[in-house]
Design a protein around this ligand. Structure first.
Ligand code: S3P
Length: 437
């Protein structure tokens, strides 16, 4: 991490953006694919696996839990599943890196094992709230210790008999839902989760693909404990959340046109597409198909003048990872944009409301922050030094904003971009960004 904090980018206005881009695999799907393949009976092949630090950390954890995982070529994994009862205790703490998804889903899974485990993470993950998973898991009979303030490390005491619960999530969270469902696989009886707003349903869809009998509809899922998983092959679609930066970049840089190939368009992920279209963006979907059971299409995005909007609160869960990109679109629009109902942004890899507001202020804008949102007042963007707080999406968002800045934007602490989007800077330069690593 010492070296990580020294890496920075110098970003400046580049050219109009052009080209056809291959966006790396979806982070959420990649985490789950390796987890469920590890628990299955038989051998599963994963194609399009995200070679990011987060997802590699999850794969490395399963290797340490006794699962043989081969990497015959980049973005491909062959996972020799050990069955739901085949994991072995690791010889020390398991490092989830920067990944909230990895840690929270593993908490549910490892709470149900006959052995103890310890989950640790990097500086950012070590500050993130874990009671949202340990509380429902405790209701199921699990024993997990956190630090006094509810943060990692998670010390998981194995060997606890679990029983099913009907859990109503207080916040919309796919990670919490997934942790409870994974524990539910090992629990006596049925486990159900009800969400205040539907969230991404990859756990439900993928467990079903692995042969688990699971009932689900938007905002609800239920399964019975004691089921086994059957190996299957998984094709991971391109990550919409990574594509988001290029959707915004091409929308704001005059003369741009980009084609982002075969991007995953699961409706629980594409709130930004709707928000950008409400702002006047020109984004077309071409060559629609399905990839590993997920809808995908090429996204063709052209420059279009944007106008500010009140982001509909109903869209917030479907664009929860896209607010850094949305803030940049708002900064370059005509008229203010208002965000409400997004308090969850304060407990992501950084406090994203504060990080985006302060970065945009550094570049000369007025941003009025509220506890659960912000109003972004657009204007000309100047030069400055931006603190990314080691948050991959803050760093990439400001690389996009810099494409309209009047001077040099120095973005500090960018190494964590590799957690979700290795090669972002090369891809960005290749289509016209002004960006020096
Ligand atoms: C994720 C769920 C979301 C999202 C995160 C990935 C997942 O988190 O922000 O990047 O893969 O389940 P929450 O469940 O905390 O909303």
């Amino acid at each position: 991490m010492a070296q990580a904090s020294q890496q920075h980018w110098i970003a400046t206005a580049g050219q109009a953006l052009h080209g056809g881009l291959e966006i790396p695999g979806d982070k959420s799907v990649s985490h789950r694919s390796v987890m469920f393949a590890a628990l299955a009976d038989g051998v599963s092949t994963i194609d399009g696996f995200l070679e990011g630090e987060d997802t590699r950390a999850t794969a490395a954890i399963f290797s340490r839990l006794g699962v043989r995982i081969e990497t015959p070529s980049p973005s491909r994994r062959i996972v020799h599943g050990v069955g739901v009862d085949g994991l072995k205790p690791a010889d020390g703490p398991l490092d989830c890196g920067n990944a909230g998804t990895g840690m929270r889903l593993l908490a549910g899974l490892l709470a149900a094992q006959p052995f103890d485990s310890v989950l640790v993470g990097d500086a950012s993950l070590s500050k993130r709230p874990m009671r949202r998973v340990t509380a429902p898991l405790a209701q199921m009979g699990a024993r997990i210790d956190t630090e006094a303030d509810g943060t990692p490390p998670l010390r998981i005491h194995g060997g606890q008999p679990l029983h099913g619960i009907d859990y109503e999530l207080p916040v919309a969270s796919a990670q919490v839902k997934s942790a409870v469902l994974l524990a539910g696989l090992y629990a006596q009886g049925e486990t159900s989760v009800t969400e205040p707003h539907p969230t991404r349903d990859y756990t439900e869809r993928m467990l079903s693909a692995f042969g688990v009998d699971i009932e689900f509809s938007p905002g609800f899922a239920r399964l019975r404990g004691g089921q086994r998983l059957r190996a299957t092959d998984i094709a991971v679609p391109a990550d919409f959340s990574s594509a988001a930066f290029f959707l915004v970049a091409a929308s704001i840089v005059p003369g741009s046109e980009l084609r982002l190939r075969a991007v995953g368009l699961n409706p629980r992920r594409t709130g930004l597409l709707q928000a950008l279209r409400l702002m006047g963006a020109d984004i077309r979907e071409e060559n629609p198909s399905t990839h590993g059971g997920e809808p995908v299409a090429d996204l063709v995005v052209r420059y279009a003048p944007l106008h500010g909007i009140e982001v509909p609160e109903a869209l917030v869960p479907d664009m929860i990872d896209e607010f850094p990109a949305l803030f940049v679109a708002a900064a370059c629009a005509d008229g203010p944009t208002v965000v409400r109902g997004a308090a969850e942004l304060r407990v992501k890899e950084s406090d994203r409301l504060a990080a985006m507001a302060s970065g945009l202020r550094t570049l000369g804008l007025r941003v009025d922050e509220t506890p659960d949102g912000a109003t972004i007042h657009p204007g000309p963007l100047g030069a400055g030094t931006i603190e990314s707080h080691g948050d991959h999406r803050i760093a990439m968002a400001f690389a996009v904003a810099a494409q309209l800045a009047s001077g040099e934007v120095r973005i500090e602490d960018v190494a964590n971009v590799a957690t979700s989007f290795p090669g972002f800077d090369t891809l960005a330069r290749g289509c016209g960004f002004g960006l020096v690593a």
